[in-house]
Design a protein around this ligand. Structure first.
Ligand code: SF4
Length: 164
């Protein structure tokens, strides 16, 4: 038996997540408006290969989610910590018998400065798109799972690890 999602949730807490819970993958909400807010409202739009317009569009994300059964939803105080957790938890899930595990972070990628948009990603095993970059409605997804996020720049950031 591989690593259980509940065990990943426990590890997430040990690594700094303030909340970590296993949720049904079909509770992850995707909406077109999220991408519009990236395009008209985010200074990072087009600045790196994991943000729009390079990130998967909402329709692609919705199709991907249908291939997953559950996900580990986690919150942390900073975007960089969410990205770190997404990478670590994906690696643990892979090693623990979840070959399709995929981590998703928060905010733009900060691994290279600047990101070379004309070349392939330099860290494809580490760089991961944020939920919002892929059209996931973070507020509705969190609310659908009994949690609440303040609307605005303050407050926790949200990550996911998709699990089949
Ligand atoms: S790892 Fe580097 S090359 Fe890849 S998306 Fe991030 S900044 Fe760009």
């Amino acid at each position: 038996m591989g690593v259980q999602p509940s065990e990943l949730a426990a590890v997430a807490g040990e690594l700094g997540a303030s909340v970590a819970r296993v949720i049904p993958a079909d509770s992850v909400q995707v909406a077109e408006w999220v991408r519009w807010k990236c395009r008209w409202g985010c200074p990072h739009y087009g600045s790196n290969l994991v943000c729009p317009p390079y990130a998967p569009a909402p329709g692609e994300t919705a199709r991907l989610l249908r291939e997953y059964r559950e996900a580990l939803l986690f919150l942390a105080d900073q975007s960089w910590r969410v990205r770190y957790l997404a990478g670590e938890l994906e690696r643990l899930a892979l090693a623990g018998g979840h070959p399709a595990a995929f981590g998703m972070g928060a905010g733009p990628c900060g691994l290279c400065s600047p990101c070379d948009l004309a070349a392939p990603c330099r860290h494809p095993h580490t760089a991961r798109p944020s939920l919002e970059a892929c059209g996931i409605d973070v507020f509705s997804t969190v609310a659908a799972n009994g949690l609440e996020l303040p609307c605005g720049p303050e407050g926790p950031r949200v990550g996911l690890v998709l699990l089949r």
